[in-house]
Design a protein around this ligand. Structure first.
Ligand code: SF4
Ligand code: SF4
Ligand code: SF4
Length: 178
């Protein structure tokens, strides 16, 4: 299993001072091949219309869903501008990345406070709210439907959404991850 590229505490909350490796732009080659190919030219960063790509560790590009418009639209502009082909989209398409959202313990609804912001932010309807007798509706994330676009991350008022490559949807983070 791939190590989570995003650490909620060190990367998403702490900007680019990440100790964990950054999440690379969509359609990035596997990390070693990406690092070998990427010339740190910033072309992908400059091309991203939602401005979620920033210089990360060592000057290599990384994704920050708290930056810019906060979501990847999978427009492919970063790939199109990557001349060294550190980012490559095959003719068959293929998933841009293995990122998925997960809802963690800071969730207001889990604490009994009505909130559906993440569900309202999701462009593909991957977060639905499950009614509960005697309580507020709880978010339920469909991992298969989630594209990892990150649109639900920044709007969450408690930053309860985690974007990770190895987290099962709705699996709550451990205390050591907080
Ligand atoms: S696919 Fe488009 S929106 Fe997503 S990171 Fe690349 S340029 Fe930005
Ligand atoms: S466009 Fe390609 S080579 Fe240039 S910084 Fe981005 S990933 Fe690296
Ligand atoms: S990351 Fe997943 S759950 Fe969040 S808005 Fe994008 S598709 Fe929806």
């Amino acid at each position: 299993m791939q190590t989570a590229s995003l650490s909620r505490r060190s990367f998403l909350r702490g900007g680019m001072r990440a100790v964990a490796p950054a999440v690379r732009p969509p359609w990035a080659r596997a990390e070693a091949a990406f690092l070998a190919a990427c010339t740190r030219c910033d072309a992908c960063i400059d091309a991203c219309p939602t401005a979620i790509l920033l210089r990360a560790d060592g000057g290599f590009p990384g994704v920050d869903f708290s930056a810019g418009a906060g979501e990847c639209t999978f427009c492919g502009e970063c790939v199109a501008h990557c001349e060294p082909q550190a980012l490559v989209r095959s003719a068959e398409g293929g998933a841009p990345w293995a990122l998925k959202a997960g809802v963690g313990r800071g969730c207001l609804a889990e604490s009994g406070v009505e909130c559906r912001v993440c569900g309202e932010s999701c462009p593909v309807g991957a977060i639905r709210f499950r009614p509960r007798l005697g309580g507020v509706a709880l978010p339920q994330l469909d991992a298969d439907a989630c594209t990892g676009c990150g649109a639900c991350f920044a709007p969450c008022p408690t930053r309860a959404i985690a974007m990770t490559v190895d987290r099962v949807a709705n699996e709550f983070p451990t205390e050591s991850e907080r």
